[in-house]
Design a protein around this ligand. Sequence first.
Ligand code: 5GP
Length: 114
Amino acid sequence: MDERTLFHKIRDREIPAAVVFEDDEVMAFKDIHPKAATHLLFIAKKDRDFVPSIADLTEATAHVPLVLIRKAQKFAKEQGIDGYKLTFHVGKGGGQEVFYLHLHFLSEQKVKES
Ligand code: 5GP
């Protein structure tokens, strides 16, 4: 249960990823198999915010999805992206493969390269 997931290793930069946004709370990186022109994954960085899935949310972690959505919203605004989809896959039956809560951000508008 306490095993580190792929996204722990991306967070800790043990596995490389194309990081497009990072602050103290959240990291966003490009999905390796993009399903849109822009396909990003937003994760919470702090260990105390770790939760495997929406299905596992508790009072202590209930704020995490909102934090991810808020950061995605701000990121989109900064990037001038005004049309996008936000998705959580929940559980194996919901298509979830990585059990580290993440928000999919998909848009046909592209991120500005820095
Ligand atoms: P899930 O299906 O769990 O909601 O989403 C996991 C996502 O992680 C998938 O869209 C998949 O393409 C992406 N992914 C899997 N392995 C890697 C990887 O090594 N690097 C990156 N950047 N994305 C990955």
